[in-house]
Design a protein around this ligand. Sequence first.
Ligand SMILES: Cc1cc2nc3c(=O)[nH]c(=O)nc-3n(C[C@H](O)[C@H](O)[C@H](O)COP(=O)(O)OP(=O)(O)OC[C@H]3O[C@@H](n4cnc5c(N)ncnc54)[C@H](O)[C@@H]3O)c2cc1C
Length: 417
Amino acid sequence: MPSRSVDVIVLGAGMVGVSAALALQARGAMVTLVDRHGEAADETSYGNAGLIQSEAVIPYTFPRDPAEIANAALNRDPRAHVRYGALPANAHALWRYFRFSTSAEVAETAKAMKPLVFGAAAEHQKLAEAAGAGAILRPTGWLQVWRTSAGEDDAHAEVEDLAPYGVQSRFLDRDGVMAMEPHLGEAARGALHFPDPLSTPDPQGLARAYAALFVARGGRFEKGDANTLEPAASGWMVTTEAGRVGARDVVIALGPWSNDLARALGLKLPFFVKRGYHRHYAPVGDGGLGRPVLDLEKGYVMAPMTLGLRLTSGAEFASADDPPSPAHIDRLEPFARELFPIGERREAKPWLGRRPCLPDMRPIVGPFPGKSGLWLDFGHQHLGLTLGPITGRLLAEMMTGETPFVDPAPFRAERFG
Ligand SMILES: Cc1cc2nc3c(=O)[nH]c(=O)nc-3n(C[C@H](O)[C@H](O)[C@H](O)COP(=O)(O)OP(=O)(O)OC[C@H]3O[C@@H](n4cnc5c(N)ncnc54)[C@H](O)[C@@H]3O)c2cc1C
């Protein structure tokens, strides 16, 4: 028997869970947020590149060109890294990712994601203002820098692909790049500038400010293990350090760990993770950055953070729990030193995170099939910082019987059969 009851328990206090808790609370629900850490955003929502990517309508795809696949598979393309030992366990999900990466499927996902991606910044701005965190949510936009004419061609192709969706961007020559980021090295020949995205120099601080807002508005944050979830007479029950808490509804928002619980409850999904690393560097002299910058041809982002200049790597294809390896980020560092004013490393070991992914690069937002009172909000892949607040709103609208602001069908778990 639970010793206390609330309306909803949200499992997981990353950006996604915190945002869902706030959206439910705003609709009148009594909510308890549960995380195995004593504070919010100690995992993936801490270590990202800090971009609210309001231009990212088109999903990150698996390559379809055989030469590109071969290059990546042989670890010759610095944009990705493959740990061969992990391939058998992930083969099914990756095969489905490959199959979902056709232009027709990508267009389908882009159509579904557009209202979420375009609405993401406004949802953040509302929360940041209410949380008094406006100073760490900045209208910086971001840059994708190219080194060669091949990179410039890629940037032009990207703009062409984005044009039907009305994404704002402009091309900068070397002088234009220097006017925005005077400390970039000579390797930066030009850039694509997306002016609308926001960025934060402290993604963890932002999520924690949202969590503090949730508590200030009467929500409870409890330390506990989501795996204690069990059915109870009037719904579900979780055991936390504060005792047993029951609720009619429970939201699974455990980021990369969501699939473990969903599977234990009987849901089979083609879930996988794209791991990513970060490391901070001291800026050289007065050299800093005004905004996150992607090295387009090498596939990493350098982002100005409170902790230093943060190099974040692209995707490492490995199992979630494989031991960390610095191989990928170490390979990127020499490229980064060509472009950015970075000095000594600030940590001996890089941070490792896991982007929670489904093959169609859409999150799952909606009911747990066949389990009354259980809800899913995970799989935000490369965009969980961006999409946390807006998917929280969508989920809360579904849970409280409001008309969802967007058709939720493309985000249901049932799409995987
Ligand atoms: C290198 C890198 C760069 C990225 N850059 C960006 C970016 O610039 N912009 C962007 O939008 N996205 C970015 N992302 C993606 C983004 O960080 C993730 O999509 C997002 O953080 C996922 O949030 P989440 O709340 O779902 O998961 P998490 O932040 O991982 O939160 C899950 C929570 O569940 C808790 N938990 C897990 N298991 C249990 C358990 N058994 N019991 C209780 N609690 C548990 C964890 O402690 C954690 O707090 C990046 C990711 C990486 C790796």
